[in-house]
Design a binder for this molecule. Structure first.
Ligand code: HEC
Length: 63
């Protein structure tokens, strides 16, 4: 819901890059920093609870 506007409903990429097989290209730490830092505009920074972040990472790892 938060990500598909820019990364596409199937994670194929739109404004933001495709996230398919992202976990093969980026470390888990990099993904957490990417999601929480807001250092790559226009992607906003997201504040996720630990459980939400864990769920999000496990979703990204399946793409
Ligand atoms: C407003 C648009 C926008 C939204 C919303 C957004 N992103 Fe992004 N995202 C981007 C853009 C643009 C980039 C490329 C940034 C760069 O590298 O300069 C990016 C980059 C990324 C990357 C790094 C990709 C790579 O190849 O290194 C990841 C991972 C990512 N986004 C995940 C997410 C997740 C997960 C969400 C939802 C929680 C999200 N994004 C929401 C626009 C967005």
């Amino acid at each position: 819901m938060n990500c598909s506007g820019c990364h596409g409903v199937d994670a194929q990429g739109r404004v933001g890059p495709s996230l398919i097989q992202i976990s093969d290209r980026r470390s888990q730490l990099h993904l957490i920093q990417q999601i929480t830092s807001g250092q790559t505009p226009p992607m906003p920074k997201f504040q996720a609870q630990p459980q939400e972040m864990a769920d999000l990472l496990s979703y990204l790892n399946k793409l």
